[in-house]
Design a binder for this molecule. Structure first.
Ligand code: E4P
Length: 219
């Protein structure tokens, strides 16, 4: 199981990777556009922070344009002395599945923006190593994100294809997808921090601190 940070903001990525337990980074064209930087600048910045893996989603659409962009990004990544594993994150579309089939012999690929178990099945047949269901979006658009993950887990069982659950907005949503068969999660920094905290943990820490202060004062 791995946890990834879903961000293109270098300060957020730096903070997440500094924990030591975040394996890598997932990006998408919207997250990159929000930084005001080019995809090349963002990828170079992320590589400088030395994550183990980077999931990169091309902003181009169309099979040849996506392929060209991925090769361009790979050159940037390979220019680093400790390059991360670059994992193409290819949208679940007609062209996307065909591209995964073409790239799979040389690249570990992920199929992203998955909203159905049927798409997950095609990702498996195309040779993807990962499927990325959009959990909160699926719920927001009238479905049930955690149930979607359970259906995908059923379809992929025994295939070796792993589920990276994405579009997760709360710790409860994270727990629901892990219970339903997700292998990995990718979350924004604020969700990662929310997962680390619980009001009762903070209360317990405060009680320990108060009690030990009291005993120190008695001595
Ligand atoms: C995943 O890799 C995506 O970047 C992301 O989770 C998309 O969903 P959101 O926009 O609802 O966060």
């Amino acid at each position: 199981m791995a946890v990834y940070v879903d961000s293109a903001n270098l300060e957020e990525v730096r903070e997440a990777l500094a924990t030591g337990f975040v394996r890598g980074v997932t990006t998408n064209p919207i997250l990159i556009a929000r930084t005001g930087k080019t995809p090349e600048e963002v990828v170079a910045g992320i590589c400088g922070l030395e994550p183990a893996e980077v999931f990169y989603q091309p902003s181009a659409t169309g099979k040849e344009a996506m392929k060209e962009e991925l090769h361009r990004i790979r050159e940037i990544v390979n220019g680093f002395s400790r390059p991360p594993d670059l994992i193409p994150k290819i949208p679940a579309t007609w062209d996307g599945f065909a591209l995964v089939k073409e790239l799979a012999p040389e690249w570990r690929c992920a199929v992203t923006a998955v909203y159905s178990a049927a798409q997950a099945y095609l990702a498996r047949e195309a040779g993807a190593c990962y499927v990325i269901p959009y959990v909160n979006r699926a719920t927001r658009f009238g479905g049930d994100g955690p149930t979607l993950v359970a259906e995908i887990a059923y379809v992929l069982e025994g295939s070796g294809v792993e589920i990276v659950a994405a579009s997760l907005k709360t710790p409860d949503e994270v727990v629901a997808v892990l219970v339903n068969g997700a292998h990995h999660i990718t979350v924004p920094l604020n969700v990662l921090k929310a997962m680390a905290n619980h009001p009762l943990s903070l209360q317990a820490v405060e009680e320990f601190a108060q009690t030990s202060r009291r005993f120190r004062n008695l001595r």
